[in-house]
Design a protein around this ligand. Structure first.
Ligand code: CA
Ligand code: CA
Ligand code: CA
Length: 445
């Protein structure tokens, strides 16, 4: 549709080479043309120009046009899907509502962003495809999705474990300010690929009502389950709550994953109830199904908060290597820290390197024998009570984010001015203030 484009067709490879040879900064699109900005709206048309005044209707059409370096803005409103982009090959096959397979580059990612101040909602609840469904299937690399809401991915039969909000097998993508909720399966699921950053995103109220393995057993907030050779996946500034299985789940991850500055609460229930559902772990930090396997990866959970989950706040889940657990606060979980690991001979053992953590309320710890544990509340001669904290409230954690997208600043589980947990930590290489790191997720001074 060149006649509708605002810019010339992009066939300037020769010109780009000349620019580069002359030392001129090449625009951030691989094809040598200026990076383009396009618009999509629920009221748009794919035969329109893709401009702000004449937006397209679908992300699928946008993908067919974009090149590395381009930005696609999604106007507010609901993008409702009623069918996948291919037929179910069987009732246990997998189909996608949206497949993102065109990659950007490291220097020129492709951006699929909410238009500033607006909220595009991708609503998959009307899909009737009789197999497993991925709302977004991201097989590409170097994409940046920002500000999108993903909801309603259904299960339409009872033959499968789960559907998925966003499924990822690409690398070096950024998923920012996403709101993933009311999907019948995990909100965001990294199956393969490395270097993906999940930033300042929320996943909540996901519940797999029709799973073959039992209702509610598979809808985690966030998961990474990647093969070996895929380092660098990071969850940062994320929140998971009211998911019927776990908040964060790293089972069968054979490459190291980092969970940083994230919160997880009230998982393991039918959402918004106290009725038990799936596993109910805040941060499930590994494991390979229970037995010992070679090649286990060391994960990191740090500066994070788990509270009021039905089962463990932070759980090693039969992991085979000792993960790093630094500066976490686990409150009123069952237990707060469960370091159950498995040794090469298959026997159970505690596994984990634990520093500067707070366990308070609920059951504090289990399976600590065998761990490398120091400078945690259970190692120190400190008396725990509510007065150690400004607040022990379990409400308000889902408050709106700051303007930059960072987590809201709440008094909840922050140390009080008189807390004896201040400066009681060990230096583990993370930033701190004062004489030494404080205990828990939030440095007071
Ligand atoms: Ca489960
Ligand atoms: Ca799980
Ligand atoms: Ca300090």
């Amino acid at each position: 549709m060149r006649s509708t484009r605002l810019t010339p067709p992009r066939t300037f490879a020769v010109a780009a080479v000349v620019c580069a040879a002359a030392g001129v900064v090449v625009p951030p699109s691989a094809h040598g043309a200026t990076a383009q900005v396009y618009y999509v709206s629920p009221a748009g048309s794919d035969s329109a120009a893709g401009t702000k005044s004449a937006p397209w209707a679908t992300i699928a059409h946008a993908q067919n046009v974009v090149q590395p370096g381009d930005t696609v803005y999604f106007r507010g409103g609901t993008y409702a899907y009623t069918r996948a982009n291919s037929a179910c090959a069987s009732q246990t096959a997998r189909v996608d509502a949206i497949t993102l397979s065109r990659s950007g580059t490291a220097a020129a990612p492709i951006r699929y962003w909410a238009y500033p101040g607006e909220r595009p909602v991708f609503d998959f609840s009307g899909m009737r495809d009789d197999c497993r469904i991925k709302g977004f299937d991201v097989t590409a690399d170097h994409l940046h999705l920002k500000g999108l809401e993903v909801t309603g991915v259904p299960q339409n039969n009872e033959l499968n474990h789960e559907s998925w909000g966003i499924w990822i097998s690409g690398s070096d993508n950024t998923f920012e300010l996403l709101d993933l909720h009311h999907n019948m399966g995990p909100g965001l699921f990294i199956q393969d690929g490395g270097g993906n950053l999940v930033l300042n995103s929320d996943s909540h109220d996901n519940y797999d009502a029709h799973s073959s393995g039992g209702a509610g057993e598979n809808a985690d907030g966030f998961g990474a389950h990647i093969p070996a050779g895929n380092p660098g996946n990071v969850f940062r500034g994320c929140r998971a709550w009211w998911n019927s299985d776990d908040g964060f789940d790293l089972i069968r991850a054979f490459s190291s994953v980092t969970i940083d500055n994230s919160w997880s609460w009230r998982n393991g229930y039918l959402p918004q109830t106290t009725t038990a559902a799936g596993n109910g772990v805040g941060f499930k930090a590994g494991g390979y199904g229970g037995g010992y396997v070679e090649g286990g990866a060391k994960h990191t959970v740090r500066n994070s908060v788990a509270f009021a989950n039905r089962a463990s706040g932070i759980y090693a889940n039969h992991h085979t290597v000792g993960n790093d657990y630094f500066n976490n606060t686990s409150y009123a979980n069952h237990p707060d820290f469960n370091m159950l690991g498995v040794a090469p001979d298959g026997s159970n053992t505690g596994l984990g390197v634990l520093r500067n953590n707070i366990a308070y309320g609920g059951t504090l710890t289990s399976n600590m024998t065998g761990t490398d544990s120091a400078h945690n509340t259970w190692n120190l001669d400190v008396t725990l009570s509510d007065t150690q904290f400004k607040s022990v409230s379990t409400t308000g954690w889902d408050a709106p984010r700051n303007a930059t997208g960072s987590l809201p600043v709440l008094p909840n589980l922050r140390l009080s001015d008189t807390s004896t947990l201040i400066d009681q930590g060990a230096d583990v290489g993370l930033p701190y203030r004062g004489a030494a790191p404080d205990l828990g997720a939030f440095e007071a001074r």
